[in-house]
Ligand binder design. Sequence first.
Ligand code: ADP
Ligand code: MG
Length: 308
Amino acid sequence: ATPTAILVGTSLGAKQGLLIRGGDVLERLARVDCVALDKTGTLTDGKPTVSAVSSMNYDQTEILRIAAAVEKTASHPIAKAIISKAESLNLTIPSTSGQLAEPGFGCLAEVSGHLVAVGNLEWVENRFLKKAPPSDVLNMERMVMRQIPKCSRANHSDTIVYVGREGEGVIGAISISDNLREDAQSTVSRLNQRGIKTMVLSGDREESVANIAKTVGISGEQVKASLTPQQKSGVISSLQEAGYQVAMIGDGINDAPSLALADVGIALQTGAQETAASDAASIILLGNKLSQVVDALDLAQATMSKVY
Ligand code: ADP
Ligand code: MG
């Protein structure tokens, strides 16, 4: 494309809420034949809520109180969900020190003299070098599931995070519900209609990811769960090695390495205090709509053929 066409394309993009950074972005986008999507905040709307809390030995409110304390300064949507639940119940949130968020895994801090971790099961267990008895974990999951309406282990897409405390190991589970974006399914099918391969890459657990992916029409080897941020970018590079021109769509700090590595990194502007994703991306969807990805592809193709 001529420099003029690129300039026109970029400014047309701005009018549609597409922030395009760099002169060669539209050219690269026009060649994209694989789109990888993050789950939490990308296929889902990123405004999760707490759907259930369970514990073998403590009140649900105690679990929420200490989890909210740990998550107080974290920016992950899961953190926001836990804090709003604690606030809506008027719980007194204890003060903390030394808070540390580990993107893709969880968050930990010292609460009332004990280290408390909130995050995925394996990570929490590793923090305390203490594996919870599988029966306890299963029981807590069952307790959580009984509180979620119309829920069975096989079909639910809730994310479950675990709460662990120094000296005790895992002491509670919190289930988080997140709604699918209304345009998720239609966007995936429009991408597929163009002959673009679609993938789901997520740090969340297998079942949740598989259920969400299936709902939008993606399954089998095109779905990868339990990925660390580094493993996510590893998948991007193997797709590239297989000859694909890859666009990655994400929203969080955990997506930043993949957004940077992809041929085109696309970030949704979710309004969260999260700039890592936008910093790493070359296109930002200012309207926070997944369907804008298709607008961007249209624009890229029009720019390359100089038809507007
Ligand atoms: P996704 O790839 O689907 O956007 P993330 O990589 O952000 O998901 O998170 C993966 C998993 O790590 C979550 O499902 C959760 O179990 C855990 N996790 C990450 N950050 C936090 C946090 N701040 N609090 C609790 N759990 C977290
Ligand atoms: Mg995400």
